[in-house]
Ligand binder design. Sequence first.
Ligand code: 2P0
Length: 324
Amino acid sequence: MKATAKAHTNIALIKYWGKRNEGIILPTNSSLSLTLDGFYTTTSVQFSEEYTNDQFMLNDKPVADEQFKRVSSFLDLIRQKAGKSLYAAVESTNEVPTAAGFASSASGFAALAAAGTKALGLDLSDKELSALTRQGSGSACRSIYGGFAEWQMGTEENGTDSYAVPIAPAEHWDLRVAAVVLSSTMKKVSSRAGMKRTVETSPFYQGWLDSIPADMKQIKEGINERDFEKVGEVAEANCLKMHATTLGANPPFTYWHDTTMTVMQAVRDLREKGVPAYFTIDAGPNVKVLYLPENEEVIEKTLRTIPGVADIRLSRPGQGVTYL
Ligand code: 2P0
């Protein structure tokens, strides 16, 4: 009754931004991401009749707060599915530097779902595993797959058709991502709280939703054709639209820092000089830059010289969940 799984984080090119059901995490729009090889979580789950409660160790330290509650509630979903009531010991190692601005919840819940279901002998399809993972953290449902994956929002109110599907494997296209780590970070509004406030109060929110189908169509064509400009343009525009909704929220907020905008401008300047590069930004101040392998050197060098930039972390397309 023990299993170990590894899952990578992902970067959304079409963002998930809003829920229609907070309890079982159903989104208001479909999203699409690229799984990254550089950042991952490895998780072991062991169920045992000898345990009298759940335990969660993260990077060799016991966790007992809200994070623990989220993990334990997620184990409840797995127990329910398997018809078992055993407690579990969970050990996770995160290779996702929080400073890099990647949500470790994506790789974390994907690895937990995979290891937990395997440990209890459940044999789930990828779609079933993705739909389960979604209930831990929305973006995590895309990390079941390597390469490009689409989280289809679904229409069922019980969530059975809200899961991710593979769009193209990692080998399809060596699209790279530079995570630009800023020296001063802040995250005053969590992504969970931020998307909720935006859905409830931003007059721009409907515009965001209306724009998704066209963005989705364009990015899928771009991925299929390996058309970097097409993919970059739509990803950058989609990110800007998501962030625009936060300015219309009440109270208004933004995830951007001054350095965030400096990096965005540096990316636009690179394009002016003929170096194809596009940015995307999640629910934090750090910027991720999309580029192709032949431009890696100039991209890294340019980004490193920007004042306020602490580090650059380069990543390639990564694989989906694996069992160790
Ligand atoms: C995404 N983000 O698509 C978007 C873009 C942030 C901006 O998914 O509440 O941690 O656990 O479902 O998945 C971050 O939100 O939120 C996120 P929950 P999650 O990657």
